[in-house]
Write a protein that binds this ligand. Sequence first.
Ligand SMILES: *Cc1c(COP(=O)(O)O)cnc(C)c1O
Length: 392
Amino acid sequence: MASVPGTGEGTGEGTGDGTGEGTRAVRAGLPEPRKHEPTLPGPVFAAHYHLPGEPTGPYTYGRDENPTWTLLERAIGELEAPGADAAETVVFASGMAAISSVLFSQLAAGDAVVLPADGYQALPLVAEQLTAYGIEVRTAPTGGDAQLSALDGAKLLWLETPSNPGLDVCDVRRLVAAAHEAGALVAVDNTLATPLGQRPLALGADFSVASDTKGLTGHGDVLLGHVTTADAALAAGVRRWRKIVGAIPGPMEAWLAHRSLATLHLRVDRQCANALALAEALAERDDVTGLRYPGLPGDPSHRVAAAQMRRFGSVVSFVLADRERAERFLDALRLVDDATSFGGVRSTAERRGRWGGDAVPAGFVRFSVGAEDPDDLVADVLRALDAAAGPH
Ligand SMILES: *Cc1c(COP(=O)(O)O)cnc(C)c1O
């Protein structure tokens, strides 16, 4: 386990305030205990609040603030930026709402932004909209820190590391140093890693942004997103965007997300260990090519990933001979659902090329590793690979 920092004992490492990550996750954002009150107060359903006299906050109207969001924002902030009391978190109705809030609140006509060429599927749609608003969009791949070459005169650098679905990794500290030197802000899409895998603000980024639909909530039943930043002015811009667009999470979703955080540490430890076990088993197969998992010591991303990540995520990707072979494999799996998305406790996999849009081979499989018993999972995958290869 020496090559997987932070997954074994000593989970207090690097947490800064003397508590371990598991301890922090189970208590994150909870209010002070009060007699006869629940540990985690239930969702507050309110379009408006009693507000006699001067309309002062914190709670005036339901699109601006909600006490259930407040607790969740505090909780995520404690994981994204432990000990940094000035960091602010703003939660959104989805990951795309969070991403859009940063891009559209920070960029104006005439600005340039550098996006990853191999990032989340919806980024090209966003790029089209940014271009329509007179913003110059430059793209470069995540691997090899190629976005460095596009920074001149840019206002914002957008990183996604590890990238989805290719699992390339860039050196966040190096890109942040170059971007800040060039006068650009840096946002990191931290969806795949979760704050227990990687803390972008500690690596120097100005924004940590995520789709919490994935590993952070981890049950495949909630859409949610968040932005964390330690800069009050940047946070105000993001908050203003949420108010304008109204991309707000429902109180029930926010409460479910907060409830899910209590098991985040358990889930990611189990899922990352399972992902490594699966990747190691796949590495032995000669019907599998293009295997990627940043936690595998031989992976092209491993060295950079190990220098900035504490856990390597729950996604493994690989390529089977062709579309038909990949489809037979997915059909033959019994413990793994054929579904998109990732980060949930139940394993899912899909042939990514079915969507179009990602530059991946027809037999490319994105595998999201769940919390099953590793032996069961690996056995199911090996059996399905054999079935897909056999006579048909
Ligand atoms: C899923 C995903 C998003 C979008 O999140 P939604 O919650 O579906 O809006 C953004 N970035 C990455 C890396 C993702 O995987």
